[in-house]
Design a protein around this ligand. Structure first.
Ligand SMILES: *[C@@H]1O[C@H](CO)[C@@H](O)[C@H](O)[C@H]1NC(C)=O
Ligand SMILES: *[C@@H]1O[C@H](CO)[C@@H](O)[C@H](O)[C@H]1NC(C)=O
Ligand SMILES: *[C@@H]1O[C@H](CO)[C@@H](O)[C@H](O)[C@H]1NC(C)=O
Length: 439
């Protein structure tokens, strides 16, 4: 099995158990701005992680392996007691975003991760860093760099336990033995917008890493946490973006033609016909965006997630995540859904040539895939076969759902060709069908 491409830090967001929101910064609070950035799928040609010697289907199968690893992260994160939560690590996810930090600005390409919070990059003087192609960020050549004191709110959000000479230190350890340590600091972060001039964001809290050792790629310089916890980029921008962001993920087959987009503030408003919305549930850990899935319909047959008498944890039973490829359901519900899908398709299933997924078909036959509708509370999201079946070779398509231990994750394949909007003030996620490779 392929090793996870890299592992990432989440000790920091992990410790943030309380719902303290850091006070907003000197941005235009009354007048939220709008801007949009490219979200680059790691396996698309515009990504530096793109390996041109792999075939399309080899890339698909490594995305499936990464997905399997990521669900382990979520399972651990959601079952670990709060006190031990700091050991849980994220594997980063599937999309990259370009940002610049400092004054003058230094460009970094980092993983955009809706499953973690901290923004983090390798810094000079690196004591022990992993190999990185792009230059390290050098805080001494930036006029806007400022270390976070131990008594700062940012440091206390981390638990305030790592303190040296009055400066806030972060320290993160990885499941695979690697680790990252550094200083918590504030910096000006600039996002280059596809719709306006670059957006400059002062005093963004980030980790300046001096000891970073692990299975990272030389082509990525860090992580941009987009989770719901207080240190994520989203939470730090809260009022200046009106607590809104959205994304439109292009299908695998359109990676060559267009990047996915992430929108903030005014650009992130999801409105018009065919918009459906569902509440976000507050749950531990607050990094994750928990929704409530009542069931699925396969064609006209409706399957409830829980049978009404036994729904102890129904609220927030599924996490929506852009960094997980497949959609995961607790195994018991998965089995019921899978057999409904199986009986809705006339053709005989075949074994997955990659041996990853459970329900596969030869697509050389004219298969008519059933429409599967996800019934979130208040929002029926009609998934097309592009959202529910993934081609794992030129003539095989497999059901893009998988079983997991007591956890639900609504993954990125299921979200492709939807504009997915998060309004953290109203605490809702909205879906609108959209051709993401055109818009
Ligand atoms: C990093 O990017 C370069 C192209 O910029 C590519 O040749 C190289 O294979 C990439 N390395 C990895 C580990 O993806
Ligand atoms: C690209 O894929 C080939 C074939 O699997 C592999 O040998 C090579 O190491 C990969 N390159 C990178 C930079 O990951
Ligand atoms: C729910 O009820 C259906 C039909 O009554 C049954 O087939 C299914 O096994 C039940 N599921 C669970 C999780 O109890």
């Amino acid at each position: 099995m392929k090793k996870p491409f890299h592992s990432l830090v989440s000790t920091i967001f992990a410790i943030t158990v309380s719902i303290i929101y850091l006070s907003p910064f000197s941005l235009l609070e009354a007048n939220p701005v709008g801007f949009s950035v490219d979200l680059i799928h790691r396996d698309s040609p515009s990504s530096p992680l793109y390996n041109s010697s792999l075939s399309h289907f080899e890339r698909v199968s490594s995305a499936l392996y990464r997905s399997t690893n990521r669900v382990k992260y979520y399972t651990r994160a959601c079952t670990t007691p709060r006190s031990a939560f700091s050991d849980v690590i994220s594997d980063g996810g599937e999309y990259l975003m370009k940002i610049t930090i400092g004054t003058p600005p230094v460009s970094i390409l980092a993983i955009a991760d809706t499953g973690s919070d901290l923004i983090w990059t390798q810094c000079m003087p690196c004591l022990d860093c992993y190999k990185q192609k792009a230059p390290f960020f050098n805080p001494t050549s930036s006029s806007t760099y400022k270390e976070a004191p131990c008594d700062s709110r940012a440091c206390q959000t981390l638990g305030g336990t790592f303190c040296s000479d009055g400066i806030c230190q972060y320290m993160a350890s990885y499941g695979d033995g690697s680790s990252s340590q550094g200083i918590l600091a504030t910096e000006t972060v600039t996002l280059s917008s596809t719709t306006r001039r670059p957006m400059s964001l002062p005093k963004i809290i980030f980790g300046c890493g001096y000891v970073n050792d692990g299975s990272f790629s030389e082509n990525e310089s860090g992580i941009i946490g987009l989770g719901g916890g207080p240190l994520s980029l989203i939470s730090q921008l809260r009022s200046s973006i009106g607590d809104k962001f959205s994304y439109c993920l292009v299908p695998f087959s359109s990676h060559n033609t267009k990047s996915s987009q992430m929108n903030f503030g005014q650009n992130a408003i999801v409105s018009g016909n065919r918009v459906v919305s569902t509440p976000i549930t507050r749950k531990f850990p607050n990094t994750f965006y928990f929704l409530t899935l009542e069931g699925f319909s396969v064609g006209r047959q409706r399957l409830e997630f829980y049978n009404s008498s036994s729904s102890p944890n129904a609220f927030g039973n599924i996490i929506i995540d852009s960094g997980t490829t497949l959609t995961y359901l607790p195994s018991n519900f998965y089995s019921r859904l899978e057999s409904a899908v199986r009986s809705a398709i006339k053709e005989e299933p075949i074994d997955d040539p990659q041996k990853i997924l459970d329900l596969c078909y030869k697509v050389s036959n004219e298969i008519s895939f059933p429409i599967i509708t996800a019934h979130f509370t208040g929002a029926d999201v009609k998934l097309s076969h592009l959202n529910t079946f993934i081609e794992t070779s030129s003539d095989v398509a497999c059901f893009a759902f998988a079983p997991a231990d007591n956890i639900g994750i609504f993954g990125n394949v299921a979200q492709m060709n939807f504009l997915v909007g998060y309004d953290l003030r109203k605490r809702i996620v909205s879906f609108k069908p959209m051709d993401c490779s055109r818009e």
